[in-house]
Design a protein around this ligand. Structure first.
Ligand SMILES: *Cc1c(COP(=O)(O)O)cnc(C)c1O
Length: 369
């Protein structure tokens, strides 16, 4: 075993393809030059193809939570009634961030391991007509469950309210069709299925979403979408503050790789890899955490630890024996489940099979399963 070669199979950050590493390995260019303006323009065009939107896209120096905050300070105003659909840890985090900005947060909670129940959601809106916006996580990374964003988009369009979708661990691995599904804000980050190091946040905004940006009375400076739009309309295209030049060079390359393969092929590959992984895991007698297979994410799989074994130990032996790193459960699920990422550059069948086999080996040989 080569000690320095770690197999990173956590659900983000994910490994970076050599093409992306090479693209970043370039001198810094002036962030207000024509040369950089062209790269920024290309990156935005690439992102539009993957999010399937003709709306605006803004790129921030930020992690995922940064753009969660960015989106809410631009989309709602203090005192407004908003609904958060919570079926895992990231949904809870979203509700927590929103509360700090003075919105009137209402939470519709669903059991962890289940998807958002669309009928319950629609009933809630029917009975609460003054709700202005709905926040939801596309792939709940903490439980490995995917929510039906297409159905949620149809309902928010019908009721004329704003939809805000966290697609951090889904975009680039699971279908999302922003314009067709009538979504208003789709946010994501660089370090998951987009195969780029941590440090960039992206937000796509529909024209209906843009009206909300203009109406919002929240204080904002660093996150102000209006400043981003103004800078992008300059010639050459810019970001309002110093651009994260190297990361954007990397993201541009990663998006080109996705566009060359074809976004629909990329999504199909994620499905094939995830399905093969789930089938193997089940064939070993292990149980998936999501209660129905149709709810399982194609970017991350959450598996129940066998009763007598803490996830912590499985994780420890995988690291010691194979230099393979997977993730524990979050919050109440710590030591009860383990999570394996198979998104972006991880989504390759042979490697994902090897991960399944390695899990089987440590369970049998180190943990007497
Ligand atoms: C990873 C992730 C985030 C981002 O977390 P940061 O650590 O702030 O980058 C947000 N939402 C979901 C669903 C995620 O999986």
């Amino acid at each position: 075993m080569i000690p320095s070669k770690e197999y990173l199979r956590i659900p983000g950050p994910t490994p970076i393809p050599p093409r992306v590493l090479n693209a970043m390995n370039n001198p810094i260019i002036y962030h207000r030059s024509v040369e950089f303006g062209n790269v920024l323009g290309e990156t935005i065009e690439g992102a539009k193809k993957i999010i399937k939107t003709s709306g605006d896209i803004f790129i921030f120096s930020s992690t995922g939570r940064g753009v969660m905050e960015a989106t809410l300070v631009n989309s709602i105003s203090p005192g407004e009634r908003v609904l958060v659909l919570v079926n895992g840890n990231f949904g809870k985090i979203f509700a927590d961030i929103i509360e700090r900005f003075g919105a009137q947060v209402e939470i519709l909670e669903f059991p962890w391991g289940e998807a958002v129940d669309i009928n319950r959601f629609e009933d809630y809106l029917k009975n609460n007509r003054s709700i202005k916006a709905v926040f939801v996580i596309h792939c709940e990374t903490s439980t490995g469950v995917v929510n039906n964003i297409e159905a949620i988009g149809k309902i928010t369009s019908k009721y004329g309210i704003i939809s805000i979708i966290d697609a951090v661990s889904s975009l680039g691995g699971i279908e999302i069709s922003m314009d067709e599904w009538g979504l208003d804000f789709v946010l994501t980050a660089s370090q998951k299925a987009l195969m780029t190091p941590p440090g960039l946040g992206l937000v796509a905004v529909s024209s209906k979403g843009w009206k909300a940006v203009e109406k919002s009375t929240n204080s904002r400076y660093y996150w102000d979408f209006r400043m981003y739009k103004e800078a992008q309309n300059r010639i050459p295209k810019q970001t309002p503050f110093t651009s994260p030049v190297s990361l954007i060079l990397g993201l541009d390359e990663a998006l080109k790789m996705i566009v060359e393969e074809g976004i629909d092929n990329v999504i199909e590959r994620h499905f094939q890899v995830a399905k093969a992984f789930r089938d193997r895991i089940k064939s070993y007698g292990l149980k998936l955490f999501p209660k129905k297979e149709e709810w399982c994410s194609n970017t991350v799989t959450a598996v129940k630890s066998p009763k007598e074994v803490d996830s912590d130990l499985i994780i420890k032996f995988l690291k010691e024996r194979f230099n393979l790193r997977i993730a524990n459960g979050l919050g109440n699920l710590k030591d009860k489940i383990f999570r394996v990422g198979h998104m972006g550059y991880q989504a390759e069948e042979i490697e994902t099979r090897a991960v399944a086999l390695a899990i089987k080996s440590v369970l049998e040989e180190n943990l007497n399963f």
